[in-house]
Structure formats: structure tokens, C-alpha cells
Design a protein around this ligand. Structure first.
Ligand SMILES: O=C(O)CCC(=O)C1=CC=C[C@@H](O)[C@@H]1C(=O)O
Ligand SMILES: [Mg+2]
Length: 369
């Protein structure tokens, strides 16, 4: 039984080594919130909120997350003891959506639980894989820089390449990539940059032998994703559109996608993500783990989740040094030849790097039960 005594929120200012450009804008500053949850027995669980400062990828921002956590979710966590982290999502049901706020706290409870049980987080979740294959996600770039980056990524061992696209640049960039790398496992992510008017353009991408096209249409449009999937042979992968088990059930009924990109933060936490994993397995829908340009704590949690057996395509979660001069955890997460080993240490398996935390700390708030 976990009786939560104290929750600390550390607002931190991080900056990406290289800006990440998508169809919706450029991310350079990557502020974040680190969460520490302590129970009455002195165990500490770590979490991280991965919302962005702008509401472009989802409607949440770091500011709305702080508000929702402080005013609504933390009081709910303080209310009663928790037997298992699966209860947290259920307790948060009265609060609508706000999945990134929920996932941030739920992740810390999972770490706390795993530490109490002396299990690695991966084991606590039910993970079986020892290693995760990693692909690289490359932001929008001019053709020569893109080709150079792909060359470098292949030398580093990444198992597939995902590039961002937006209307108008598709053929120039994809033709150039296919000319240089005809057999490269390649996919594209549009972050909803297309509409029903663009079906012909999207159909014309079939010729590039893409593994999938991620989130071509709006996040709330399962209907036209289904219409599009009827017209194109490239499998559609949904990211932003799948925010719950229910969304996935509807998407499966409607045949809106053939692949799912799963991120625990987008669906309200690890427990919901597990259910989505199980449903994908049951329906034999291809599944892989997404990335959120997250720092080490959320990255470690995501990797533990992606050790579940049905995650079968390379994940977006690369090693710490792709993103940061210094990550906030010790040791940093290392990718070797396109593979990250799942930590077998207790809990998330990584410690907060206190020296780095001091350097990047903007504001600290403590809540007592
Ligand atoms: O974490 C990474 O390496 C990048 C993953 C990535 O492509 C994304 C991260 C965050 C928001 C999105 O723009 C995007 C995605 O849509 O998957
Ligand atoms: Mg995406």
C-alpha cells in the first residue's frame, strides 16, 4: 500500500542540442517538469511531464499541466492509499482529458511501486524484451542536409528513418532520399498537415515504398483517415488521434489505421498504454513506441513500456546524447548500434543527476499530504 506523503514539482529549463522542426513549428527550448513522489515509508518515485510549452502537438502546455496537477490531480492522489498504479488512471477519470498531466504523475507512482516491490519498471509493467530497436526521427530539413543526416544516422546504426513532411515538399525530399537510399526503411510523419483536399498528393506517395505515413490528417478525424486508408496502399499510422483505448477501438472498427505509434504521455499513462498494447496485439495491429523529445526520466519509462512483447517496429526514443549536452539522469541512456538495453535495475533504473538538476532548476514547489 502506498500512502503518498509529499510531492515535489521541479520546473526545469532544458534546451535541445539541435532544433527539431515539424509541420507545426520549431522546438529548441524544451522546458519540462520533474516530479518526485515520496510515500510514508520514504520510497521515492520519479516522473516527468512531457507537454511542450506551446499547444501545437496536443492542447496541453506545461502551464496547463502545472495548473491541472496542482489544483486537481495531486489532491486526488493524496486522498487515499494506492495499492497498484493501475488505480491511478481510474482515480483521475473525473478530470477530463489532460492526459499529459495525468501520465506525468502516474509515471512517478509506477516508479514508486516498482521500487517498493524491488522490481525493474519493465518487469513491473510485464515487459519481456531485453533490448529495444531504435529508429531516428529527423525534423524538416533542406535536401542536402537531410541526405547527410540520413548517412550519419545509418552509420550510427539506427534501424529506420522517419522524416517530417508537409504539403509542397514531399516529392523533392522523397525522390532525393530514394535516389540515394533505395532500400532504406523509411517513413514520414505529417503531424496533421494535410486535409481531405490532399488525397491525390497522399496517394502519390505510394510510389516511395514507405513503411507508413504517420498522422496525415487532423487529430480528431478518424473518419477521413479511414477514407484515405481505402485509397492508398501505404499503411496509415495514428499518433495524435489515439488518446485512449476507446479511440483505438473506434479506429479499428472504422479501419482508420494499420499501425499505432504509442506514447504513454498521450494516452494518460502507462496503465492505459498497456491496455492499448494488449488491444493492438489482439487485433494484430502493428505497434511501436513514440518519442516526445523527452528528458531521461520519461525516456526511461517509455523504454520500460516498449519492452512489452507486441512493440515490434523500431521506437523513436534515441539515446540521451541525441538530444542533450547533459541529460538529467545518471547514467545517461545509451544507444549502441541502434539498440538500447532495457534497464534491469530497480524502478526506472536511473537516478536524477542532482548537479544538472541544480543547473537547470527554475522553480521548485512542494506539496504535503
Ligand atoms: O523524440 C523524438 O526523437 C522525436 C519524436 C517525434 O517525432 C515527435 C516528438 C514530439 C512531437 C512530435 O512532433 C513528434 C511526433 O509527432 O511523433
Ligand atoms: Mg508523430
Amino acid at each position: 500500500m502506498m500512502k503518498i506523503k509529499k510531492i515535489t514539482l521541479y520546473q526545469i529549463a532544458l534546451e535541445l542540442k539541435n532544433p527539431f522542426v515539424t509541420s507545426y513549428g520549431k522546438v529548441t527550448k524544451r522546458p519540462s517538469i520533474v516530479i518526485e513522489i515520496e510515500d510514508k515509508d520514504g520510497f521515492i518515485g520519479l516522473g516527468e511531464c512531457v507537454a511542450f510549452s506551446d499547444p501545437f502537438y496536443t492542447e496541453e502546455t506545461l502551464h496547463t499541466c502545472l495548473h491541472i496537477m496542482k489544483e486537481f490531480l495531486i489532491p486526488l492522489l493524496f486522498k487515499e492509499r494506492i495499492k497498484h498504479p493501475d488505480e491511478v488512471g481510474a482515480r483521475f477519470i473525473p478530470i477530463r482529458r489532460n492526459n499529459m498531466s495525468k501520465a506525468a504523475l502516474e509515471g512517478a507512482v509506477w516508479d514508486l511501486y516498482a521500487k517498493r516491490e524491488r522490481l525493474s519498471l519493465a518487469n513491473a509493467i510485464g515487459g519481456t524484451k531485453k533490448e529495444i530497436e531504435i529508429g531516428i526521427a529527423i525534423g524538416l530539413k533542406k535536401v542536402p542536409e537531410m541526405l547527410a543526416q540520413i548517412e550519419k544516422s545509418l552509420a550510427q546504426g539506427y534501424k529506420r528513418v522517419k522524416i517530417k513532411i508537409k504539403p509542397g515538399i514531399e516529392h523533392e525530399i522523397l525522390e532525393a532520399i530514394r535516389n540515394s537510399f533505395p532500400h532504406l526503411p523509411l517513413m514520414v510523419d505529417a503531424n496533421s498537415a494535410y486535409t481531405v483536399k490532399d488525397f491525390e498528393i497522399l496517394k502519390s506517395l505510394d510510389r516511395y515504398d514507405l513503411m507508413m505515413i504517420e498522422q496525415p490528417l487532423a487529430c480528431d478525424d478518424l473518419f477521413y483517415h479511414a477514407k484515405l486508408q481505402e485509397k492508398i496502399t501505404t499503411p496509415i499510422c495514428l499518433d495524435e488521434s489515439i488518446t485512449s483505448v476507446h479511440d483505438l477501438k473506434v479506429a479499428l472498427e472504422m479501419r482508420s489505421c494499420k499501425v499505432v505509434n504509442l506514447k504513454p504521455s498521450r494516452v494518460g499513462g502507462i496503465s492505459a498504454a498497456k491496455s492499448i498494447h494488449d488491444l493492438c496485439k489482439e487485433h494484430n495491429i502493428a505497434l511501436w513506441g513514440g518519442g516526445m523529445l523527452e528528458a531521461g526520466i520519461a525516456r526511461a519509462q517509455a523504454l520500460a513500456l516498449y519492452s512489452l512483447p507486441h512493440f515490434s517496429l523500431p521506437a523513436d526514443t534515441a539515446g540521451s546524447n541525441k538530444y542533450w549536452e547533459n541529460d538529467i539522469i545518471l547514467p545517461e541512456i545509451k544507444m549502441n548500434n541502434g539498440i538500447i538495453k532495457v534497464s534491469e535495475n530497480i524502478g526506472i533504473g536511473y537516478k536524477l543527476n542532482q548537479d544538472i538538476l541544480k543547473k537547470v532548476l527554475v522553480h521548485k514547489e512542494i506539496f504535503y499530504n
